[in-house]
Each structure stands twice: as C-alpha cells, then as structure tokens.
Design a protein. Structure first.
Length: 437
C-alpha cells in the first residue's frame, strides 16, 4: 500500500464482515450497462498532493474519453479517508464504478462481496492474466479465489540515504544489516539531526515494517489456517526490534512518534534525517525540492547476509490495485477503463509520474524503468518481497496491531520502558480486538 497514507481506522472496519450492497446503480447480481457514457473513478492520493494527482490523471482520462466516448468523473481520495469511504459505499449502495485500493486490502474487500471478481472472462477482456507479474498478482485477493482487483502500480520499500550526511560522518556506503544501520545511525544522530525517520502514528506504516521484521525473525502474524497469532515469540521480538530503533538505539527522533502524514519524507528531503525507509519515494522527494543526485537508494537491511526469501525478506509487496464495483451500471466501460489504465502506454506514463514500477511485464521491461533506483525496487519485488497476509481480517489486523505499535512508539517517546513484556501485552490486547471465528 502506498507510502503517504495515514491508516483508515475505527470501528467502521468491522463492516468488512458484512456482505456488500451493490454500488453504482446496477443490479445486485452483477452489473449492467444502463449508463454507458460515464464512469465515476475514485483514485488514491499517489502524489505529494491531490492537485498533483489531478494534473497527472486528468489528461489521461481525457485521452480515454476521446478513444471510447466514455467520460470519467475523477475524485482523488486521501488515504486517510479511502478505506472508510469504500466500506461506506459497500453498505450504502452509493459509490464509484472503478476505484483504487491498497493492495493489502484486497482480501478484506473481497470478503464483502462488493467487488467484481476477475475471472478468466474478465481478465480476457483486458488482455489476459499472464500480462501481470506474479508478485503483483499475489496481492489481489485470497488464495484460491478469483482476484478482487487488478494490479495498477507496484512499489517496494528501499533505504534512501543522504550522500553528503554519510560522507561528512565518514561512512563509506549504505548499511546492509540492521547492526550496521544502528551503528551508522548513531554517528548521524547529532546536532539536531537524526539517523532515521519513521511514521510512528501511522498504523499501516507500522504494520509494513513490523511484517518485514517478523519475516526476518522467521515469524508470521497469522497461522497457516488464518488465525491471528500476534504474541508468538518471533513477532514480539520483531516489533520490539523495530520500536527499539527509537526506544533503545535512539536513532529516530522522539517526535517521530507523532508522525503519520509523510513528515518523515519531508524531514529527509530537508536534511533533518539521514536515512528513510519508504516505498518508491523518488517522485515525492523531487516534489519537495530534493535533487536526485543528493541521495542514494539501497535495499532495506536484513539481519545478516543479503536480501532474499524466508528470513531475508526485506519488503512487503507494496502497491495499488484497480477494482470495479460488482454492480456498476457501466460494466463494459469499466472493463475498457481497466484495460486502458493497465495498457503498456498508460503504465509507462503513470508509473513514471509516481516513481512506481509497472506490474505489467512488457511495460516493466521498458528502458524507462531501468534506472539504478528502479533496479533496486524491481530486484526487491522479484526476489525479496512478500505479500502481506491475504486474509479477510487483514484490514482489522492493520488497525489493531498498527495502533499497538503506535502506542509503543508513544511509550518510547515519553521515556517509558519498552520491554518484551510490554510489547507482548499490547499485542495480546490487539489480538483480542480481532473478529472471532
């Protein structure tokens, strides 16, 4: 899911357990073409602002209208509102025809029954399932079911580092392990500046990093049969290691415990932090005035060795999927729009604008995506990223555990001890908030 969002939280996520009502005005059984000349599209806020997104998207939507005669009504929805807006739409029957969703929500929203399943027929209408890379398809819904959405933008976490800050501190290159990152971070944390930035009040950012640390500890947040398992020793160690970057290692500023809206990216762009762990950040940094020559990009550190599978996973499979509400009243137009947005030409335009990676194989191989920065992201997606749990309760998991980690960062910022026991207690409380089977 995208880097700048603040997590959508609150009791509304419990509505995921309800069957969805239809949206867009079609029949409740699966869509119609009653309104063939228009589409409503909810786009997620990918750029540094909603206005930037409109400037990126509107020319492409005008192009689609010229090609097909279908006018697309665009609304760019902030990440802080998007999930709740979608859930309200599935229960009220008032929503868009096509929408962006964070790929980690795919299975949760699939469970509502409100999204069009991408079966063989629907994939055939947009050129076939085999056009998309496997890692992106792995975050489109529950295993064994037709995907609930189609990949649109692929992203991965990387380590961004300030070259001048590293040179001034006598550090030759980016850290490859967490021990090296901590050692470098301590050298860089001085004179009002800090080694690393974080978004301690953003539950989703917390989940993304805790998921990676858990993988590196050989642990998962769910059992093989989909049951929450938040208090196993590997998860506890993983969460503590992440929070300890502030609590114990003191390379993250205590004020970052309150960050939830991209502030750590801004701090990095302004030179206040020397390192940043972020998803596909280049376009965001450029929009904030940071020259691409001033920073380097490296893989996220691992415990030891080099990034890979198993305990050397170093990113979640991040990205945005494109979904269609099941009872849209312009089903044919919605399919045409998905085909257009995932076509090679648009994939190159849009993923270039957002410094993301095309999930479409032919577009991804384009020379435009062979820069050193993109090579790090592509290599991560291909070899060392893993999908967040594709379970119906994933959205509640992000809220419950992400908020528990937010509380732990608050403890760290206030000088309260973060121990194995306190971590386990807050994770146990988070597990109690999960739906019972």
């Amino acid at each position: 899911m995208r880097s700048i969002r603040a997590a959508a939280v609150g009791a509304v996520t419990l509505t995921l357990s309800l069957a969805a009502s239809a949206c867009g005005g079609g029949s409740s059984t699966g869509g119609s073409d009653d309104s063939p000349k228009t589409l409503t599209y909810w786009a997620s806020n990918q750029g540094a602002s909603i206005e930037i997104d409109k400037k990126v998207l509107q020319p492409e939507l005008d192009k689609f209208e010229k090609q097909t005669g279908v006018k697309v009504k665009l609304e760019v929805v902030p990440w802080s509102d998007l999930l709740n807006r979608i859930l309200t739409a599935t229960t009220s029957g008032q929503g868009p025809d096509v929408l962006n969703i964070g790929n980690t929500w795919s299975a949760s929203l699939q469970a509502t029954g409100g999204l069009l399943p991408w079966d063989a027929k629907n994939f055939a209408a947009i050129g076939g399932r085999d056009r998309f890379v496997d890692s992106a398809l792995g975050s489109t819904g529950a295993q064994g079911k037709d995907p609930a959405a189609v990949p649109l933008y692929s992203m991965a976490y990387a380590l961004y580092y300030n070259k001048k800050a590293f040179a001034d501190a006598g550090i030759a290159g980016p850290p490859a392990t967490w021990d090296e990152l901590i050692a470098d971070g301590k050298k860089l944390s001085k004179d009002g500046k800090w080694g690393l930035g974080a978004e301690g009040s953003n539950p989703s950012e917390n989940i993304h990093h805790a998921f990676v640390f858990a993988k590196q500890h050989g642990a998962d947040f769910f059992t093989a049969d989909g049951k929450a398992d938040f208090t196993n020793s590997g998860v506890v160690s993983a969460v503590k290691q992440y929070v300890d970057l502030m609590a114990k290692d003191e390379i993250i500023a205590p004020g970052n415990a309150e960050y939830a809206q991209n502030q750590s990216v801004s701090d990095f762009a302004k030179g206040k932090n020397a390192m940043l762990l972020w998803q596909s950040a280049s376009a965001n940094l450029k929009s904030q005035g940071m020259n691409e020559a001033d920073y380097g990009i490296a893989p996220v550190p691992v415990q030891s060795g080099t990034p890979g599978t198993g305990t050397n996973v170093n990113s979640m499979v991040a990205g945005i999927n494109l979904a269609v509400f099941k009872n849209t009243d312009n089903l044919s137009g919605a399919r045409k729009f998905v085909k257009f947005m995932t076509g090679d030409a648009e994939q190159k335009i849009l993923n270039t604008a957002y410094s993301s990676i095309p999930p479409v194989k032919t577009a991804q191989s384009d020379p435009a995506f062979n820069s050193p920065a993109n090579s790090v992201l592509k290599d991560t997606l291909a070899g060392s990223a893993a999908a967040l749990p594709q379970v119906a309760d994933e959205s509640q998991f992000e809220t419950a555990v992400g908020t528990a980690i937010k509380s732990l960062f608050a403890d760290a910022a206030a000088g309260r001890a973060v121990t194995d026991e306190s971590v386990k207690a807050k994770l146990e409380k988070a597990q109690q908030q999960m739906p019972t089977k």
